[in-house]
Design a protein around this ligand. Structure first.
Ligand code: C2O
Length: 547
């Protein structure tokens, strides 16, 4: 670069309340700049993004830049009590990070309690000027954010659910860019639509910002082609549906090549767990051809049924990196095996009717290697950086404490044998460690597809399968595995990821279903500094919030 100065993209984000009316009900929601979904953060590859976040809401807040790899900028990652204390009401914090070699679709969201339900928006990173997409140049691009909407106030709902020890209630509606569409009460006109010019090709940037639901997406009578997943190009894969878990993003191309008309874009549930109450309805947006009569009936899209695991697998099988993955680690230094799943803990409340509404009078929990993560009272990154002891331990085990048939032989006599251990345990790794991690779903309470997300890195998804992981029979793809930041671990199955731990800091890894995160399905990696400035975490910013 000639002038030696990085191009900047600057934004002002005000966290504030907005009164909205949906489904015939009004309530106050927390937003950024009074927008729902929030404003799109547009940038280019290698841009430095500077976002001043002022908290004008009554709640503590932080913003996480989901999928941004935060090279040497862990202080700006955003998960509350992991890399920073919350921005308190009335305070301001400026996030500053660079999109090093990143382009595509990501998103930002609040990373504290369940505020993410309404505090979220897209990050769209275009290639550098003059660099084309590796696919046909779309006539237009549209951000399509899939969400869940509750009539109840979100902070109160969260408090009530966590105090109950029981499961969360289903959302009252699914939404597409904030609009539920005609299947819901009072929503005939509360519909998002994309106007399509016949013959043109559109890039849809799909983002699942829902709190607790994995979902299917389909467009009536149109196939579409996946060209990007988690902001990394993929080999083009054409399908008529996708499953997308919370935390995942997909770029898909769709061509308006059907007779002029109005076509539904539909979002419906994927529920792989058993005995869970969920919202079994469909949010609809329109893909409306120019020239279609406004009164013309929208053609319905057919979504896979809510428990169609095969429909999930077919798309997963189709996800391949566009180019050969030359940097996928072939040798492994740290080989981790981590079970993921639910627990039911014993009731210790004097008012079990109110507080122990999990199975058999127990309290729901979730865990990794049977340890439920407890959020600390201060920022772990600060505790680590300033060597403040007493807030976390370094003994997260690289293997389960006990081996058994995780999928079919899981303990289920709840709450007697389904307890988890609790703690703020971390896994410490040296700079440059080549990590392989196997996620193994367990059948305690129920097997379920979990969208596992890692902060600070993308990882190669080198393998996955059904049942218990067996190194002797597992098939790995070290040629063109997809490079992702969130992986839906197959229900009753496993997934293997690989990455090189070359970004120093404190990085959260957790299930992106918020209820599971609240129940403890998370762990923290501490990646130590390497040698010299380019391998070490810089000093914290001066305006870092205090707890
Ligand atoms: Cu998008 Cu820690 O999450």
């Amino acid at each position: 670069m000639l002038c030696g100065k990085m191009p900047n993209s600057r934004f002002n984000h005000q966290v504030r309340s907005l009164r909205i009316t949906k489904l015939c009900n009004s309530k106050d929601i927390v937003t950024i700049n009074g927008m729902f979904p929030g404003p799109v953060v547009y940038a280019q590859e290698d841009d430095t993004v500077i976002v001043r976040v002022s908290n004008l809401s009554p709640y503590n807040a932080t913003i996480h830049w989901h999928g941004v790899r935060q090279r040497l900028s862990c202080w700006f990652d955003g998960p509350s009590y992991i890399t920073q204390c919350p921005i308190q009401a009335g305070d301001t914090f400026t996030y500053n990070f660079t999109l090093v070699q990143q382009k595509g679709t990501l998103f930002w969201h609040a990373h504290i309690s369940w505020l993410r339900a309404t505090v979220h928006g897209a990050i769209v990173v275009h290639p550098k000027s003059g660099v084309p997409y590796p696919f046909i140049f779309p006539y237009q691009e549209h951000v399509i954010i899939l969400g869940e909407y509750w009539l109840r106030d979100i902070p109160r709902l969260e408090q009530a659910v966590l105090a109950s020890g029981g499961p969360p209630p289903p959302a009252d509606a699914f939404t597409i860019n904030g609009h539920p569409g005609p299947n819901y009460n009072c929503s005939t006109n509360d519909v998002y639509d994309v106007v399509a010019v016949p013959g043109k090709t559109y890039l849809l940037r799909l983002i699942n910002a829902a709190l607790n639901m994995e979902v299917f997406f389909a467009i009536a009578d149109h196939k579409f082609t996946i060209v990007e997943a988690d902001a990394e190009y993929t080999k083009p894969f054409t399908t008529d549906h996708v499953m997308i878990g919370p935390g995942q993003t997909l770029g898909v191309l769709v061509t308006a090549d059907q007779p002029i008309g109005t076509y539904s874009m539909s979002m419906g549930p994927y529920m792989s767990a058993r005995n869970v109450l969920f919202q079994n309805t469909t949010a609809i947006a329109y893909f409306r051809y120019l020239g279609a009569l406004p009164s013309s009936l929208a053609l319905p899209a057919s979504l896979p049924s809510f428990n169609n695991n095969l429909a999930v697998k077919t798309v997963m099988d189709g996800l391949r990196s566009l180019n050969p993955a030359v940097d996928v680690p072939k040798q492994i230094d740290a080989d981790l095996f981590v079970t993921i799943g639910l627990n039911v803990n014993l009731c210790h409340s004097r008012t079990p009717q109110q507080n122990c509404r999990g199975p058999n009078g127990g309290v729901f929990a979730a865990s990794m290697n049977n340890i439920s993560f407890i959020k600390p009272k201060i920022s772990l990154l600060e505790a680590y950086y300033r060597r403040i002891s007493g807030y976390y331990t370094e003994d997260f085990p690289g293997l389960p404490l006990e081996f058994y048939d995780f999928v079919n032989g899981a303990p289920n006599n709840s709450p007697n044998d389904t307890q988890s251990l609790v703690g703020t345990r971390t896994k410490v790794v040296e700079y440059g460690t080549r990590v392989q991690l196997i996620f193994q779903d367990t059948g305690t309470v129920t097997t379920e597809n979990h969208p596992m997300h890692l902060h600070g890195y993308s990882f190669y998804v080198v393998g996955y399968g059904i049942g218990n992981y067996d190194p002797k029979t597992a098939n790995f793809n070290l040629v063109d595995p997809p490079y992702m930041n969130t992986i839906g671990v197959p229900v009753g199955g496993w997934a293997a990821i690989r990455f090189v731990a070359d970004n120093p800091g404190v990085w959260f890894m957790h299930c992106h279903l918020d209820i599971h995160l609240s129940w403890g399905l998370g762990v923290v990696f501490i990646v130590k500094d390497g040698k010299g400035e380019l391998e070490s975490l810089p000093h914290p910013p001066a305006d870092l919030p205090r707890c």
